[in-house]
Design a binder for this molecule. Sequence first.
Ligand SMILES: *Cc1c(COP(=O)(O)O)cnc(C)c1O
Length: 360
Amino acid sequence: MSILQANPRESGGSASRTGIIERYRKYLPVTDATPVVSLGEGNTPLLFSPRLSERVGAEVWIKNEGVNPTGSFKDRGMTVAVSKAVERGAHTLLCASTGNTSASAAAYAARAGIRCAVILPAGKIARGKLAQAFIYGAKIIAIDGNFDDALRIVRELGEGNEFAIVNSINPDRIAGQKTAAFEIVDLLGFAPDIHVLPLGNAGNITAYWAGYREFANERSTSSPRMIGVQAAGAAPIYHDKVVENPETIATAIRIGNPASWKQARAAIDESRGAVEIVTDAEILDAQKWLAANEGIFVEPASAAAIAGLWKRMETFEAGTRIVCTVTGHGLKDSEAATRDMKEFAPVAATTSDVLRKIDM
Ligand SMILES: *Cc1c(COP(=O)(O)O)cnc(C)c1O
């Protein structure tokens, strides 16, 4: 039971990877008239994590969303949002982004053959994510401001214009993202006791909670306590106060005024969960530990979930079943990962010199 992943032949009938709309169609706001715009998102691995389990004294699985088509969970919401936008006749997608939404929107726009404009905080987007938006052909607008400013502009532009907004304020995004909770229940056969994930604009915690609740009704499974993790420098929900100048190395959660704040609060309260905060140093430590001990390389925002799990481990009873979502791939932000990496001084190209250097 170390890797759990549905067989696409069983779930979709075709040899290629099917996307979440085909796999969970009856739970999504689509009809036979909806043109499905998919890149084969979802069905990501749920990995039992022995070292992490040992470290926290509970049973921990990692839902690795970094292996989605553009390297983050945003693709689950984007396939639904873009399919619905195309169904409504949209020609241009618009979003504000800390990076991954723009990467995903740009890719699905390319797949659909429509245009995409993305509004980004200048200088605060990880290089890999910017490369994605660029190569998929999006129109990139950098602003002198943060994500919250970008989202405000998107909301203003959206009123009365021809843009299809694909931020998580679009309910089709949330609908798509809830399929991650479905996959977890489908693969484990039960809902975990605790679910831990990073908390930024708070769309994802909203989506997971909706997904768990929906399956709880249908299959009478329980629902987990939802634990959202914010960066210490960008923790509006934790402090119950808008943060004017959010700052953290975890750029994907560098948000001071989350759009789904109320929904996140409700998910946390209804599930008897919690909000946790972690410092940048704790985030980078968790990122490195997870890569070196479980073989999973995630971006800093995702590592915040692991750091948050560590912070709360005293509260776990033995046998507690925990799922941790890691939200985005580490290669998106290789600068963050290689901050402590030194230059590698070359040795002579001989076996003896190399062997001496290996020294293990
Ligand atoms: C978008 C994103 C988040 C934050 O998710 P929200 O739904 O905004 O709370 C966390 N991690 C990564 C990698 C993301 O791309």
